[in-house]
Design a protein around this ligand. Structure first.
Ligand code: ATP
Length: 200
């Protein structure tokens, strides 16, 4: 899957709206310590639906992803990231050559998600990228310390990693969803029986 462009505004150390074009081949981001290199990969992970602020370096709570201000500049009220992905191979189930995933988070705690400009739920983004290798739980983005974490993981956790990498995570997700719906249907059925018993 080919990333084409990343647009960031108000996210971590980037108050101004910037566009980072990503050319084919290898892209390297270089800069001094603390200049914001990891914040760029965090922005990609975040727009793809990262829900744990702990996974985003230095962010204790989700509000910490919003530019917090410096001596010369006030804090921002929101963080926004848009990621453009090449979809000419239709790897993502959207009928368009380019897919733009957007996420915006306000200091008030409100979130917005979009796919090609249409407002969606976080779940939709998660499902769209399941098993593409790029999703929130994909292993395309390996943060610092992640390798050590994988090596030291319990076998059940490591199994989840292989399931995602081999493309079966989608089926496990669907199975869990189906089981959840089945349990709710059984609850409803039980309630219906109770009502029928009362009526008889
Ligand atoms: P290293 O080379 O040490 O790994 P890096 O270039 O990857 O560093 P990052 O970790 O991406 O650097 O960026 C850290 C910088 O981002 C710090 O200066 C930190 O103050 C700044 N930063 C992080 N979150 C925010 C925020 N919400 N508001 C303003 N600045 C932030």
């Amino acid at each position: 899957m080919v990333l084409k462009e990343l647009e960031i505004q108000g996210f971590k150390s980037f108050p101004d709206r910037i566009k980072i074009p990503i050319d084919r081949g290898i892209t390297a981001v270089v800069g001094p310590n603390g200049s914001g290199k990891s914040n760029i990969s965090d922005a990609i992970r975040w727009v793809l639906g990262e829900t744990s602020s702990r996974q985003l370096r230095g962010a204790g709570k989700m509000e910490d992803v919003i530019f917090g201000g410096t001596q010369s500049r006030g804090a921002m009220g929101f963080a926004s990231v848009n990621l453009t992905v090449d979809n000419s191979d239709r790897r993502i189930d959207v009928n368009a050559d380019e897919v733009v995933i957007g996420r915006k988070y306000y200091r008030s705690g409100e979130s917005e998600y979009s796919i090609n400009g249409q407002n969606v739920r976080l779940k939709d983004i998660y499902e769209l990228f399941l098993d593409t290798g790029l999703g929130r739980d994909g292993y395309s983005i390996i943060g610092q310390g992640r390798i050590a974490e994988i090596v030291g993981a319990k076998s059940a956790e490591r199994r989840e990693i292989f399931e995602e990498a081999s493309g079966i995570a989608r089926y496990r997700y669907r199975k869990n969803e189906a089981e959840r719906r089945l349990a709710s249907a059984e609850d409803n059925l039980e309630r219906l029986h109770d009502i029928l018993d009362e009526l008889e």
